[in-house]
Ligand binder design. Structure first.
Ligand SMILES: C[S@@+](CC[C@H](N)C(=O)[O-])C[C@H]1O[C@@H](n2cnc3c(N)ncnc32)[C@H](O)[C@@H]1O
Length: 316
């Protein structure tokens, strides 16, 4: 199973790579971006993270076909700076974060990410370290907690009705399969809602996935860690797939690139008096071209933002 990298050319150009660049791909997936990055940094080095063991195993083969100057790290990307310290890497020239689920994760029914195939209600990206599954959430969280997840992470208008139906269903029998949950979700929605374009379970599955993998907190943390890790002129590119991720990225980038920084710089990042420590590379968000969306519908919801570091590490 492969994964088509999204906005590949835009990412490669945006990262401003040289032959010697030290690069971190924080979301390796199936190495779609990493493979092309490696071809451009023959004298540099690539460090690539994924919390999914299968992604690390499969990408190792893919990347070995083109280069050997890479190190794969099977861990959550929020540990970035611990690993950089461990490998004695003082600073990084380019970092990529391509969020969300990879096609192989989504298309394998036994991972439980898809509302299209029957599978266990799992949804863990890290099946070894993470013990929270979608099954635990739907069968043990209170009505109020379910409503708040569906509202906050799924931005769902019918969060209350869906949570109520889940509570009713699990009193009869615990929910264990993805398609069982899809039926419960559908039974909570009015006909008008069911007729809308897009799968009726999509945003509820998104909400559960975000909760299982603590995705939004991880994103907030990794943005700060990435900004800290950059060398002077180093670049960070982030591809998001829904408005919650994009909002967090946009907000963090505008805070650290604001003229009036000082107090508004997020905790744990340096506040500068004279010029902002970071600068937006693209003022407007970058989206995929029509041709790419035709060939890879996943690219439709993708948004790319790039930021660059102004001050060097010694200016912290
Ligand atoms: C959209 S895919 C990346 C695809 C990749 N760019 C490619 O072209 O093949 C996202 C990957 O990031 C991984 N991931 C998501 N959150 C992570 C986290 N907190 N730590 C480490 N890996 C993470 C997922 O397991 C998944 O494999």
């Amino acid at each position: 199973m492969s994964h088509t990298p999204v906005m590949l050319n835009e990412v490669l150009n945006g990262l401003n790579l040289t032959k010697d660049s030290i690069v971190v791909d924080l979301t390796l997936g199936r190495g779609g971006h990493s493979k092309e990055i490696l071809k451009r940094i023959p004298n540099g080095h690539l460090y690539a993270f994924d919390q999914d063991e299968e992604a690390i195993k499969e990408s190792k083969k893919i990347l070995s076909e083109v280069a050997s100057n890479f190190t794969l790290i099977h861990d959550n990307f929020i540990t970035l700076n611990d690993y950089l310290a461990f490998y004695i890497v003082k600073g990084v020239d380019a970092i990529l974060i391509d969020l969300g689920v990879s096609s192989p994760q989504f298309d394998k029914p036994d991972r439980g990410f898809s509302y299209r195939f029957d599978g266990p209600l799992d949804m863990r990206m890290d099946q070894k370290g993470n013990h929270l599954t979608a099954e635990i959430i739907v069968n043990t969280y209170s009505y109020e907690n379910l409503v708040s997840i569906f509202r906050e992470y799924g931005e769902h208008k019918f969060a209350h009705r869906i949570a109520r139906k889940i509570i009713d269903a699990r009193e009869v029998k615990p929910l264990t399969r993805t398609l069982e949950l899809v039926d419960v979700i559908k039974s909570a929605l009015p006909m008008k809602e069911l007729k809308k374009v897009g799968h009726p379970a999509k945003t509820i599955f998104q909400a559960l996935r975000i909760e299982v993998n603590d995705e939004l907190n991880a994103l907030k943390d990794v943005l700060v860690e990435s900004l800290k890790a950059l060398n002077k002129d180093g670049r960070l590119a982030v591809i998001t797939f829904h408005s919650l991720e994009d909002r967090i990225t946009k907000h963090t980038f505008s805070e650290v690139s604001a003229i009036n920084r000082g107090r508004r710089v997020p905790m744990r990042l340096p506040a500068h008096e004279d010029k902002p420590p970071y600068e937006l590379v693209n003022r407007r968000v970058i989206i995929a071209k029509e041709e790419e969306i035709i060939n890879n519908p996943r690219a439709k919801s993708a948004k790319l933002r790039i930021i660059k570091r102004n001050g060097g590490k010694d200016e912290r």
